[in-house]
Design a protein around this ligand. Structure first.
Ligand SMILES: NC(=O)c1ccc[n+]([C@@H]2O[C@H](COP(=O)([O-])OP(=O)(O)OC[C@H]3O[C@@H](n4cnc5c(N)ncnc54)[C@H](OP(=O)(O)O)[C@@H]3O)[C@@H](O)[C@H]2O)c1
Length: 281
């Protein structure tokens, strides 16, 4: 049995489908009761990574745990040890943690302090572990969906700064491999897309899949801060903007890890855009 936290999220949604499709017994964790669109055969348990006690029913009998911190849990919440003790007590033997590339590239970033704590705790908690360190997600473009739908315009900062954005479905596929297969214990994978893509180029990719023109309007850093504050905790916004606008060479590089684990290239932004077209139509 495999427990998936963040099961309604960008990575978790696909991970649940992949595991269930591979005939794994899956327990999906969400703060909601079973979501309306759910994969057949998956058991949904109401709970949150924010409260270890709420996860106990989802952990009982599980041999592997996919751990992801959604929303504000990236910056605040219970000590990682509380959650990891609950997992160890329940008999979990393997943990796959979603961390961030910034843990390598920005080891002092206040925005990533909690992910660093979780990484450190997972490495010493007992069960086998695999750490996933993705760069920026293609799905961050969901933040543009409303204005693309309403006025066929993307408003974003740093229009020509290109980063190798990773498709969350590729993160899910790597997570599924690490949860199910041997050979990933103790590994840390840096997960990126196949090539850097700028916000202006992402806009062009969205226009292509929509078959309509989409305008790009560049925001100032201050305007972008206000935009991100609508869905991101205030304390992690400066770090996120630094990565978007002032990336280090190590954050521009394409990592070979997705292809090495999956045996196929990472998906380009256009593939994510095509799959998520209904959100932008
Ligand atoms: N976005 C990026 O560019 C990027 C880059 C590097 C690393 N990361 C890391 O990737 C992780 C996010 O992965 P993701 O995008 O798959 O997750 P996500 O979709 O943002 O969230 C996963 C799930 O967490 C639950 N959740 C959200 N806010 C919560 C809260 N305040 N308390 C408890 N549960 C909450 C929600 O599920 P329910 O509502 O069903 O409970 C949500 O579906 C974070 O740790 C982030 O730091 C992101």
């Amino acid at each position: 049995m495999i427990t998936v936290t963040g099961a309604t999220g960008n990575i978790g949604r696909t991970l649940v489908e992949l595991l269930a499709g591979a005939d794994e017994e899956v327990v999906a964790v969400s703060r909601q009761a079973q979501p309306a669109h759910h994969t057949a055969g998956v058991r949904w348990v109401r709970g949150t990574v924010g409260e270890a006690a709420s996860l106990r029913p989802a952990l009982e009998g599980s041999r592997a745990l996919f751990l992801v911190l959604g929303g504000e849990l990236n910056s605040r919440g219970e000590s990682p040890d509380t959650l990891l003790s609950a997992a160890a007590d329940a008999g979990v033997e393997r943990i796959v943690l979603v961390s961030s590339q910034a843990n390598a590239t920005r080891p002092d970033s206040p925005s990533h302090a909690r992910l660093r704590e979780f990484e450190a705790a997972v490495r010493t908690s007992g069960p086998e572990f695999t750490v996933l360190r993705p760069g920026g997600f293609a799905s961050n473009a969901f933040a543009w969906a409303e204005t693309v739908r309403a006025e066929r315009t993307v408003f974003a900062p740093f229009g020509d700064v290109a980063l190798p954005l990773v498709d969350p479905a590729d993160i899910a596929a790597v997570a599924a491999a690490a949860l199910r297969e041997d050979g990933h214990a103790g590994r840390t994978y840096e997960l990126t897309g196949p090539a850097p893509v700028s916000p202006r180029e992402q806009t062009a990719a969205l226009a292509e899949v929509l078959g309509e023109e989409v305008a790009f309007v560049e925001l100032s850093r201050e305007q972008a801060h206000a935009q991100l504050a609508r869905f991101m905790p205030e304390e992690i916004i400066p770090g996120a903007l630094d990565v978007l606008g002032l990336p280090f060479p190590s954050e521009l590089a394409v990592s070979p890890d997705v292809a090495a684990v999956l045996g196929r290239p990472a998906a380009p932004f256009g593939a994510w855009a095509a799959r998520n077209l209904p959100a932008f139509r």
